[in-house]
Design a protein around this ligand. Sequence first.
Ligand SMILES: *[C@@H]1O[C@H](CO)[C@@H](O)[C@H](O)[C@H]1NC(C)=O
Ligand SMILES: *[C@@H]1O[C@H](CO)[C@@H](O)[C@H](O)[C@H]1NC(C)=O
Ligand SMILES: *[C@@H]1O[C@H](CO)[C@@H](O)[C@H](O)[C@H]1NC(C)=O
Ligand SMILES: *[C@@H]1O[C@H](CO)[C@@H](O)[C@H](O)[C@H]1NC(C)=O
Ligand SMILES: *[C@@H]1O[C@H](CO)[C@@H](O)[C@H](O)[C@H]1NC(C)=O
Length: 437
Amino acid sequence: MAPSPSSPKPTVLLLLLLHLCASIATLASAQAQPLASSQAKALLRVRKLLGYPPALEPLRGAPDPCALPPTPSLAVACDGGQVTALSVRGDRDPDAAWRAALPASFSSEALFTTLARLPALARLSLVGLGAWGPLPGDKLRRLQALQQLNLSSNYFYGGVPGDLARLYSLQSLVLSRNWLNGSVPSLAGLQFLEELDVSHNRLGPAFPEVGKAVVRLVLAGNNFTGKIPAGVSSLGQLQYLDVSGNRLQGWIPSSIFALPALRYINLSRNRFAGQLPATTACAEALVFVDVSANLLTGARPACMRGNSSARTVLVAGNCFADAKQQRASTYCSPGALAAVLPPPQGSGGGGQGRGKGGEIGMILAIAGAVVGGALLIALVMVVVLRRARTRHPEVSVLPKSPAAAPAKKADGWKAPARATQKIITPADKSKCRNSCA
Ligand SMILES: *[C@@H]1O[C@H](CO)[C@@H](O)[C@H](O)[C@H]1NC(C)=O
Ligand SMILES: *[C@@H]1O[C@H](CO)[C@@H](O)[C@H](O)[C@H]1NC(C)=O
Ligand SMILES: *[C@@H]1O[C@H](CO)[C@@H](O)[C@H](O)[C@H]1NC(C)=O
Ligand SMILES: *[C@@H]1O[C@H](CO)[C@@H](O)[C@H](O)[C@H]1NC(C)=O
Ligand SMILES: *[C@@H]1O[C@H](CO)[C@@H](O)[C@H](O)[C@H]1NC(C)=O
């Protein structure tokens, strides 16, 4: 029996009920348009491909995935019938023995092929799910709306695909705690990229190139070697830099400590060598400086001489002359030598990041070699002088060579500095022999 249209009570109730339902729906999913069925299917397929993880259990039988209340393990957001955000956090924390990896039937290719059917995805986070395999760049590239990508704590291996450099909306790229190796493609073209975290992989050797918008750069625990490029000193937005636990070497471009926005810098456990110039300044906002376990020598710059209420400074495990918990200076000198010797072709291109203070450090580091070289020159000069005297006895005052003068007092600092430019190559010696004979 249908309620009579003349009785007002049920009508009002029905209207109220309808209104309530509408409000709830609006509150829950913030838009009226239902999720496209192909998108809902794609989500279910992701659940299957990931081996039905507990985190995705709420998807089972959910009439509208977009209406699921977000939790730390699952969040889905939609707009206009499309999935715009998917965040899944599993409980498979990766270990070295691959115990938490998904079974052999898993395919990263299939996973990202399915995800590519959600082209409105702006935020994608798949963390701790035991996913493994190479990252298929051609599939990832189809997610052109991506602003945040977090694939942390899985077992992805192989290279970081160059296609990621073509996701031009990316603001945050987190690939930490995987097994990725090889070099990071240049991300300099990603003008909105604020966060790059590739920590705890096996990436290297070149220091990644990033755009000027970067705020947070985390490269810790990889296989990066070589120097910090000079360009890092011009990242005006940089607040957080962690390059600890790599094999980076050479001079630290001292201007990075003074980057205006810098709050945290961790350079520990690398092979950075030489002296930090006394003029090194620290940014006002800098509250953490960790340069421990490197090959740094000389005196610490004033802004790193101790802790204050505003700044924690960690310097242990270097060869600083004025700090505690330091190594013997011999520990740092071989590394310093390897790091600072100019390339064989002369001072052509290796000069960046080598300040005045740096040069003094270099002199310190290779003083032994310089003194040896100076003595060699002295020897050559003595021979030359003797020959000249025997041929032209009247020439008693030879023009002073800038290299010859300091050779007689090898204890001065400035003199051997000049000598460095004149010595070492056997070619020079033979040249001298030819022209002098
Ligand atoms: C990425 O996931 C890791 C692990 O859960 C988390 O610590 C980090 O905050 C996430 N980053 C972003 C940008 O979502
Ligand atoms: C990355 O690792 C794989 C497997 O261990 C290896 O075959 C490949 O050569 C590595 N690539 C680079 C660039 O190191
Ligand atoms: C680290 O990089 C070097 C080359 O720079 C390479 O020979 C070595 O295999 C890499 N190590 C790992 C663990 O990938
Ligand atoms: C710097 O990184 C190392 C790991 O390489 C970590 O142990 C240390 O606590 C970090 N320093 C600071 C000040 O956070
Ligand atoms: C600063 O304090 C930390 C502990 O918070 C200590 O390990 C470190 O040695 C101190 N640094 C200096 C330069 O005194």
